[in-house]
Ligand binder design. Sequence first.
Ligand code: F6R
Length: 260
Amino acid sequence: MRLVILENAEAVADFACEYFVGQLKRQPKSVLGLATGSSPVALYQRLIQANQKGEVSFDQVTSFNLDEYIGLAGDHPQSYRYFMNDKLFDHVNIDQAKTHVPNGAAEDPNAECARYEAAIAEAGGIDLQLLGIGVNGHIGFNEPLSSLASRTRVKTLTKSTIEANSRYFDADEFQPTDAITTGIGTILDAKEVMLLATGPNKAEAVRGCVEGPVSAACPASALQLHQHAVVVVDEDAASLLSMKEYAQWAEQRHIELEGA
Ligand code: F6R
């Protein structure tokens, strides 16, 4: 695992943007795995700027989002499809037909999960998967106790996730309690995985992800099994890591040896 500890959230977004731009320059036809939530927003803003300046193109990109709420159609302002259109897709030269988010309004959610998993395989798999991390260690909506081999399926959210995401919903608005999420096995199949985490409220989850035992109790710890996982965190999110000094030294050596 490559652990990159940077000063603040801005530096995390800068690093991630450079990484994604590099990926798209090397491989314009990339299949990207994308996430919602607050963690990737600054990255998406930078990618929009880079696209508008002509520094990177999305015209050949295919994307698959991690998850979607069950019960919300794509035109619902709290749906993840709406979020992605609003925060990224509507502002870059991506072919909307090649952007995929599970259909939360599907009549048969289980059939939708199977269709989504098959669509990822048909696209040749994900080249670079972006992840945030929940305060309880979830990735996608793979809550604690999720099988580390899980595939796209329906998952009931924990009370802590519902509570954390209630900030996006009005007090009297329907807030879904279930979601379709790609599985931990699906995520681990990506050729590369990049997890972003910032702020002190993520420190415990980041410790579980990076230094904890590989366990369904912290789904993000499954990234320890991935050959090309990059975890990019700010100082606050890294504050509980006992291997912090080593990680910083190793990253310095990585830059000296690899040039980036
Ligand atoms: C979103 C997702 C979630 C979030 C996580 C962190 O598509 O899959 O796992 O990445 O809940 O959310 P934020 O970034 O809002 O703290």
